[in-house]
Design a protein around this ligand. Structure first.
Ligand code: SME
Length: 162
């Protein structure tokens, strides 16, 4: 497909419904994980204009604990590593659930990579009953994310071949 993204206006559902087929098109025939994660982050950033959107990947080394390590993203530079159970991302990983944070200042242990971030959603990517990555989106607007974002972002992460 052409590499130009068609950006639509309208409600969230309309925006996701326009974006998802384009994301499928971007990944068609492409098996490289970095390439696919990079294009998904870019597509979400372009459509929604969030402050930060991208992936943290579960990484492990011999004799070392697993950690989340930042992967492809769009937005300001971010924390590189996050431990299991720490912050919103580490909690989503530990509990294998999507977490919506309407006000980051009210989330105990929130890791502030940017002081501009006001609300956040983190969606785990689960394969073979294990969390292999999380998708994190941060907004400069409070209360940006809701069940609609959860539904469609979960659909998007399920499209990725890990
Ligand atoms: N706020 C996240 C850290 C990642 S950055 O927002 C990109 C957290 O609390 O896990």
């Amino acid at each position: 497909m052409a590499e130009d993204l068609t950006i639509v206006t309208g409600n969230k559902t309309a925006q996701y419904q326009s974006l998802i087929p384009q994301i499928i098109g971007l990944m068609e025939g492409e098996t490289d994980l970095t390439a696919n994660l990079a294009n998904i982050a870019a597509a979400l950033k372009e459509q929604f204009g969030w402050l930060w959107v991208g992936f943290y990947l579960v990484r492990s080394w011999e004799n070392k604990q697993e950690e989340l390590v930042v992967g492809p993203f769009q937005g300001p530079v971010a924390c590189t590593r996050i431990r299991k159970g720490k912050g919103v991302c580490g909690t989503s990983w530990a509990e294998a659930i999507t977490i919506i944070v309407p006000d980051v200042e009210k989330f105990p242990g929130h890791i502030a990579c940017s002081s501009l971030s006001k609300s956040e959603i983190v969606v785990p990517v689960i394969r073979n009953n294990q969390v292999v990555a999380v998708l994190d989106a941060d907004s400069a607007t409070p209360d940006q994310f809701d069940a609609t974002d959860q539904r469609y972002l979960e659909e998007i992460v399920n499209l990725i071949q890990f």
